[in-house]
Design a protein around this ligand. Structure first.
Ligand code: ADP
Ligand code: MG
Length: 244
């Protein structure tokens, strides 16, 4: 089996907040077309890692590349133009706008060469369809329930036409049935579009079910990176999750 080429590579990436090393010399590859799950205790550096990988934060040191191009230090909008998108743990939506207007704000940040003619409308229509929002497109986003708000935020990210999408705790606050709906949606995005997904998630069982590989972060360092079956048997992982 030949390893797939990395879509993003981190080489000894560190991020310090004052004396605190939130990320401490992290090196790993994100493989093109995979679903990579990221878990770890509170404060492990998961959100910081997503912020560094999407240009929200600059690493203090280390190298970050996307499709072979060095990107550490570029402004966040460049990341978006390259095909890197993200969603937040708390849905960031504009309450006074309709569902489709919210998704259209995403389309505006996509590749600029496709801003012309009907391209934006096409992107919005496609993002609404794949996230199951087409019938609600004219409804005010402010009245949407949590699952719908999460769909809107995901659709807005998809409307940027990304190749690589980072999701920060997309399942938080959802009940069992809603978790299944959202996991099925991620699978669909992955198989229909060949999207590379990086999913940070506390719900480790759902994450193991969804992911090709799982990375466990602990105190800003990589504890393990393996297939879910191997990860769930790893004594170090059992230690930090069960305190054994
Ligand atoms: P996780 O998402 O895994 O819970 P975070 O990445 O949010 O962890 O945080 C990692 C560590 O960095 C924590 O100790 C947190 O308090 C600290 N941290 C995160 N963001 C900042 C910031 N902007 N300023 C100072 N400290 C921060
Ligand atoms: Mg976090």
């Amino acid at each position: 089996q030949v390893a797939a080429a990395p879509i993003m590579a981190l080489d000894r990436v560190s991020k310090q907040f004052g004396p605190l090393k939130a990320l401490d010399g992290l090196s790993f590859d994100i493989r093109s077309g995979e679903i990579l799950g990221i878990a770890g205790p509170n404060g492990a550096g998961k959100s910081t890692l997503l912020n560094v990988c999407t240009g929200v934060l600059k690493p203090t040191s280390g190298a970050l590349s996307f499709e072979g191009q060095a990107v550490a230090g570029l402004a966040a909008h460049h990341y978006c133009g390259l095909g890197i998108a993200r969603t937040f743990q708390i849905p960031q939506i504009f309450s006074s706008m309709s569902v489709e207007e919210n998704v259209a704000t995403g389309a505006l940040f996509g590749p600029t060469e496709r801003l012309a003619s009907g391209a934006i409308k096409d992107r919005v229509d496609e993002a609404l369809a794949i996230t199951g929002l087409a019938s609600q497109r004219r409804q005010p986003a402010g009245q949407a329930d949590l699952l719908t708000r999460k769909r809107i935020m995901l659709a807005a990210a998809l409307a940027t036409e990304p190749k690589l999408v980072f999701l920060d705790e997309p399942l938080s606050g959802l009940n069992g049935e809603e978790v299944d709906i959202f996991v099925a949606l991620f699978r669909r995005l992955h198989s229909a579009r060949g999207l590379t997904l990086v999913v940070v998630e506390h719900k480790v069982r759902a994450l193991a079910d969804l992911s090709d590989r799982i990375l466990i972060l602990n105190a800003g360092t990589l504890l393990c990176l393996d297939r879910p079956e191997a990860m769930l048997r790893d004594a170090r992982v059992i230690d930090i999750y069960l305190g054994a």
